[in-house]
Design a protein around this ligand. Sequence first.
Ligand SMILES: Nc1ncnc2c1ncn2[C@@H]1O[C@H](COP(=O)(O)OP(=O)(O)OP(=O)(O)O)[C@@H](O)[C@H]1O
Length: 687
Amino acid sequence: MEPLRQSVQYLKGVGPKKQKLLQRLSVFTVEDLVYTFPREYEDRRSVKTVQGLVDGEKTSLYLEVCGNIQEKNIRKRLKIYNLPVKDATGNAQLVFYNTPYIKQVFHIGDKVFVHGKVKIDFFTVQILHPEYHIIKEEQPQDFQQIMPIYRLTDGLTQKDFYSLQKYVLEHYIEQIEEFLPEDLLKNNRLCDLVFALRNIHFPTSSQNLRIAKYRLIFEELLILQLGLLLTKGQLDRNKEGIAFNKMPQLEDFINQLPFRLTEAQKKVLDEIEEDMESNMVMNRLVQGDVGSGKTIIAIIALYKAILNNYQGAFMAPTEILAEQHYETIRSLLGPFGVRVALLSGSITKKNKEKLLTEIETGQINIVVGTHAIIQENVRFHRLGLAITDEQHRFGVRQRVMLSNKGYNPDILVMTATPIPRTLALILYGDLDISIIDQLPPGRKVIETYCVDQHKRKRIYAFVRKQIQEGRQAYIVCPLIEESESIEAKSAIELYEELTNEYFQDMRVGLLHGKMKSNEKEKLMKAFKAGDIDILVSTTVIEVGVNVPNASVMVIENSERFGLAQLHQLRGRVGRGSYQSFCILINYGKNSVTLERMKIMESSTDGFVIAEKDLSLRGPGEFFGTRQHGLPELKIANLFKHIKILQQVQTEAKKILSEDPELLLEKNKGLKKKLLDTFQEKIQEIGI
Ligand SMILES: Nc1ncnc2c1ncn2[C@@H]1O[C@H](COP(=O)(O)OP(=O)(O)OP(=O)(O)O)[C@@H](O)[C@H]1O
């Protein structure tokens, strides 16, 4: 086995207990260990003398032990040890707590280097619980340096980490191979990997630390970018596709809609039409904030394809949404003779067979469905436009599979999560991006309040009042990432509590992910029709659900959700002309949580919220673990390092245009690193 791939259990000083602790920090192999970077550094290079010390500062000193250690019992479980020390300028004490072994460590006359916090009490100078090095054969550079500080877990100390990293760097460094091609290093003035790893852990100077960091950030972003580009590589940008014609009937259709398109919708539609009319394949992402009116744009594009005698496919992330899109499309295009089919999990086998035949013979013009659409047995007659409503739930693979159902059909990807530009660039680097940055007129700003759980009674009273005025409400249950069944269970409990205690006289419905799809459909239909007053639900209603009469959204344990997700949920209300409200019940007390809730109260702009969320929590959490396959970033930050990111993008494209499958000898290391990082994702599409 490659040395770096070895388990940390073979390292000196790592027993089963330590191995477990390291695993908690996601350190399994030697490589994981060297790629666990310090969270910060402590500069111990400037050394002070006892005279000049300031109360409260943290500093380093060279001292000599000048007396015997004294032990004092302060309380039952508190023992203090004072060690007299001095330097040429004065006397001081090193203070240690509850460390009986310390009695054996020092001897009068020992020279020590210490680093710790200074406490000055009248005439006594103390260094509290310092780190120390008794100077024997060690050279000053072994301790008087920039010290790494690692993120720890209970049971592991900085010293443990420090010695492990030292050991690994000493014994394994020669086996760490550079994997970035030489010309790339040179052109971007990057240091080599060994230098970077040495200096990220034990920097020999601030400048070398900077150089090391730069290289490691570059490397991390490059791997991310290449991985994403490669997994998307199959959507070839410059493929020849269908050139749709302009059709006058399309204008008629737009003109008879019950509303005028907003300027933003018109602009995006123009971009789509231009793509569709060109003879190149369209690969376009439409982003729009909640309720900005993406669906109608998709429908117009579908109608254009139909008028050109092609079929359209519309893939939605959930059954509820597929059903909803199906209803909307049927009601808008049905009167124009367009035949729409819904392929969902709940149709009978017999009906399904009939539908499949009609799709294959071209009798059906538009197929709406969940991923059922990309199953093998679905064959289109002439698929011209494939739309996926993504919300990050479909991987690239599904997109490719849908597109393979036709001969180079145009592709439109819609997403309701506003993705900050920086992230959109790397996630969807292969797509052109259109943004609907305006809401239809007449929408009232949703009033958002973050409250703590003790206000629950008042909140329910408010919900009741809204319902009495004829509105409807959503009550969203806590998010439980780990398990859909626990989530469903907690939804059932909340439902029971609400129906037994607070809303006995109201029509309350329950919706969760573990229900059968036809039950879900039935319930949503009833809610839409106004036959249910309160819908208690898990996040299955998160995206796209459109019930304009609903005016209150209560979200339990709001601190567990990502902000972008809260924004999506909140977007389920305020879709009609009624004043709407979102109430976030918050159990979290720490400052980041409170800051996040404040953002929700003060902003209704999805892009602003997404940017803030991303900067507070990083991309992994931003998308939620269920939804993405992005590797966690260890050192790069998509906001702070935007300039490096841009440079990385150029490089990544250059590499792939020269060597699309990374077959060249110089790219061998890079390819291996990519396969390691993106294992599952890449295997999925089999490059
Ligand atoms: N230009 C417009 N003027 C007025 N109402 C509009 C306009 N465009 C769309 N709508 C209506 O606004 C509502 C929201 O539109 P739609 O469902 O398409 O939003 P969306 O962008 O898909 O939102 P979400 O991401 O939240 O699902 C719908 O009821 C739709 O009929």
